[in-house]
Design a protein around this ligand. Structure first.
Ligand SMILES: NC(=O)c1ccc[n+]([C@@H]2O[C@H](COP(=O)([O-])OP(=O)(O)OC[C@H]3O[C@@H](n4cnc5c(N)ncnc54)[C@H](OP(=O)(O)O)[C@@H]3O)[C@@H](O)[C@H]2O)c1
Ligand SMILES: *[C@@H]1O[C@H](CO)[C@@H](O)[C@H](O)[C@H]1NC(C)=O
Ligand SMILES: *[C@@H]1O[C@H](CO)[C@@H](O)[C@H](O)[C@H]1NC(C)=O
Length: 292
């Protein structure tokens, strides 16, 4: 009975509150109007589609990727579509000093940052793992480490704007996928890191939302080529996927699921994890941590 009162009721209330909230908030494209948004990996694929949606909504965008020419074209198209402003800064996300400078320059160009969309990716080839340590290191650098560096650099500006971070992940960051161990590991790392600091933000009253976006197979050229002949499955449209990431981020959802199968959300909802998280956070002596 005591257990019921102490744990079960609060948990139930949290769930009810959560569902009440998520059911009652609605996305409006105006939410992005005039917002200052960074999109990484915006030269093609889902990142490029996000840039186009944001442009149509009237946002300011600063885009990045390695290929200058491709970015130039995306920026021109964004201006045609109605972006409040559009710029690009080309560079490699294996280079952490670049990542840091990029955020500073983007902040200067727009006069602050409201939304940081972390989307760029190093895909690892679909193959058995035979000890390619360098591949693991590189995947962790590009897909994980640079995401952290970019977030740290943007956080002061995001705090000022009560902003948001979108972390683009994958089903392979929630369930282990064979044949892409380095990629899967880097995406799991994103969940571990960003879901941890989200809890810290709540306690330390940092009003910056973090949306972890869990995507199934999407019909980008890179993904299609990567899985060709090896993986059978429906690839969802990248335009729609890009929009769902923007919606979920604007609504400050903790997780955004986008997959062809309606079972994904249900099966990966993971109430066991949510209960364990709740109990873990409750058992920490937060005041002692803060006074250290
Ligand atoms: N497509 C899918 O099926 C799928 C499924 C699950 C999750 N996702 C996730 O969705 C996101 C986008 O995927 P996508 O399929 O749209 O990928 P994509 O079309 O291959 O685009 C990847 C973007 O990242 C940039 N990039 C790659 N390496 C980089 C580096 N070292 N430094 C800086 N930029 C780099 C690329 O530009 P440059 O080459 O010009 O640098 C490009 O703009 C990724 O986070 C991915 O993990 C995709
Ligand atoms: C951020 O949120 C706080 C608390 O809700 C509010 O007082 C402040 O005006 C907000 N700042 C911006 C820039 O929206
Ligand atoms: C956090 O910021 C959002 C967006 O500005 C605002 O709607 C919300 O009220 C803020 N929450 C708190 C607790 O300050």
């Amino acid at each position: 009975m005591a257990f019921l009162k102490k744990y079960l009721l609060p948990i139930l209330m949290v769930f009810l509150a959560y569902y009440y909230y998520s059911a009652h908030e609605e996305f409006r494209p105006e939410m992005l109007q005039g917002k200052k948004v960074i999109v990484t990996g915006a030269s093609k694929g889902i990142g490029r589609e996000m840039a186009y949606h944001l442009a149509k909504m009237g946002a300011h965008v600063v885009l990045t990727a390695r290929s200058r020419e491709a970015l130039q074209k995306v920026v021109s198209r964004c201006l045609e579509l109605g972006a409040a402003s559009a710029h690009y800064i080309a560079g490699n996300m294996e280079d952490m000093p670049f990542a840091e400078q990029f955020v500073a320059e983007a902040g200067k160009l727009m006069g602050g940052i409201d939304v940081l969309i972390l989307n760029h990716v190093l895909y690892t080839p679909l193959t058995f793992f035979h000890g390619e340590i360098n591949m693991v290191r590189k995947a962790m650098e590009v897909n994980f480490h640079s995401f952290v560096v970019l977030s740290v650099a943007a956080l002061p500006m995001l705090k000022q704007s009560n902003g948001s971070i979108a972390v683009v992940s994958s089903l392979a960051g929630k369930i282990p996928y064979p044949l892409v161990a380095p990629y899967s590991a880097s995406k799991f790392a994103l969940d571990g890191f960003f879901s941890s600091i989200r809890k810290e933000f709540v306690v330390s009253k940092v009003n910056v939302s973090i949306s972890l976006c869990v995507l199934g197979l999407i019909d980008t050229d890179t993904a299609r080529k990567a899985v060709e002949g090896v993986y059978e499955g429906y690839a969802s449209p990248k335009e729609d996927c890009a929009l769902e990431i923007i919606k979920g981020t604007a609504l400050r959802q903790e997780e955004v699921y986008y997959d062809h199968s309606p079972w994904t959300l249900l099966l990966l909802g993971n109430p066991g994890r949510k209960i364990m998280e709740f109990l873990t956070v409750r058992s920490i002596q937060w005041d002692r941590v803060k006074s250290n």
